[in-house]
Design a protein around this ligand. Structure first.
Ligand SMILES: [Fe+2]
Ligand SMILES: [Fe+2]
Length: 396
């Protein structure tokens, strides 16, 4: 029986790791192919805010799901402490005394092999599978291979592999900047966002594509308009434009759902509705949209609030909440009397724009013979009061 061990910190596991595992599988056809995230890697320091070993284990399960025969092993994570391959091999050797054990490593790791903890033991118990490009297979590797084979009886097998140009360090940096989706298996990328790992922000092109199936085609120009307007306002008022874009893209994600489906989602997410909300299903998409966005994309509280309050407003809104409320109201495809004046005011005085927008919204609802929402009236009273105080202060 041939047992192949492919270990790593997988922080996070990326497409380069998966391609390497594919090459290993094709070259060695293992009977058991153990993919093993380390608990604490002996050779490098993990970044302080790295996800827990259990979360990396979950990412690893998601990453290697398509590799034939791959088994994701939690052996090193359960053992805790530093993850020395020699300890793992000792356990495997005891369990499988006659198996051929084979450790996978890249060229760099192979060249530093003699610094590994109990490397002589490893070389005597295991064969080494070295992933390397043709041009890497130079005299240095040949000399080490010969030495290990002669002194320890290890078999060193070269696995031809053209590594994908990426590293976990570089990917973590990209994730923080809202980039890097193409470097990760889709399921891993999604889970990273959901778990809020690495301070990752979703890539906006990826997020737009994710949200599109939820939207009716006729709503698309509106959502694009809200995103553009939100970014414009964020830049004007010193808000993070990536965050504003995210909130704009997501704000109407559940708008197309029927009242029945909205109520179902409210139940699922434990959203308690008051009487006005029960009677006005159009309001529910703000609440369900915030909750669904959190479940699908792990949005932070500030974006949750911006989606939650985008239909009614509320007193004392955050800057992002105001930006999304107003962007929703005056984005470029909106066309109603007074929209241009309000649009202009949004860039001059955000609180004054809130007061005017809330008043116009309440008047519009009254004109339809309905009663404005309580939150809208309270928000209007709040901003009217706030603005009159500001006026008094400035005239003193
Ligand atoms: Fe909406
Ligand atoms: Fe909207």
């Amino acid at each position: 029986m041939r047992i192949v061990l492919y270990g790593g910190s997988f922080n996070p596991p990326h497409r380069g790791h998966v391609a390497a595992a594919q090459s290993v599988y094709e070259a060695l056809h293992p009977d058991r192919f153990l993919i093993m995230p380390t608990n604490i890697p002996p050779h490098k320091v993990m970044e302080e805010n790295s996800p827990s070993p259990q979360t990396r284990l979950e990412f690893t399960r998601l990453a290697f799901g398509d590799i034939p025969g791959a088994e994701i092993s939690d052996m090193e994570i359960l053992r805790e402490g530093k993850s020395y391959t020699a300890d793992t091999v000792a356990v495997l050797r005891e369990k499988y005394p006659k198996a051929e054990l084979c450790i996978v490593m890249g060229t760099d790791m192979f060249l530093s092999f003699r610094t590994w903890y109990r490397w002589e033991y490893l070389a005597s118990e295991c064969n080494l599978a070295v992933l390397s490009r043709d041009e890497d297979d130079g005299p240095e590797i040949a000399a080490l291979r010969e030495r290990l084979e002669k002194d320890c009886g290890a078999k060193v097998k070269r696995i031809p592999h053209e590594p994908l140009p990426m590293s976990s360090t570089e990917i973590r940096e990209k994730l923080r900047r809202g980039e890097g989706s193409e470097l990760l298996p889709e399921a891993v990328y999604r889970r990273i966002l959901q778990t809020g790992s690495y301070g990752a922000k979703p890539e906006l092109t990826w997020l737009r594509a994710q949200v599109r199936p939820y939207l009716k085609p006729k709503r698309l120009p509106h959502v694009e308009g809200v995103e553009a307007m939100a970014v414009g306002l964020a830049e004007r008022w010193g808000e993070d434009s990536h965050t504003a874009a995210e909130a704009g893209i997501l704000h109407d994600i559940t708008k197309a759902l029927s009242p029945e489906k909205q109520l179902k989602l409210c139940k699922k997410y434990g959203i308690i509705l008051d009487i006005a909300e029960r009677e006005t299903p159009a309001l529910l998409h703000a609440r369900t949209g915030a909750a669904l966005s959190r479940e699908l994309f792990g949005i932070p509280d500030e974006i949750y609030g911006a989606i939650r309050w985008h239909t009614t407003g509320r007193p004392a809104m955050s800057r992002l909440e105001k930006i999304i409320y107003l962007a929703d109201y005056v984005e470029p495809t909106r066309d109603f009397e007074g929209v241009e004046a309000l649009r202009k005011l949004c860039f001059e005085d955000l609180d004054a724009a809130m007061e005017l927008g809330l008043r116009m919204s309440a008047e519009e609802i009254r004109a339809r013979g309905a009663e404005p929402f309580r939150d809208t009236l309270e928000a209007y009273a709040y901003y009217r009061n706030l603005n009159s105080h500001k006026e008094e202060e400035s005239s003193c």
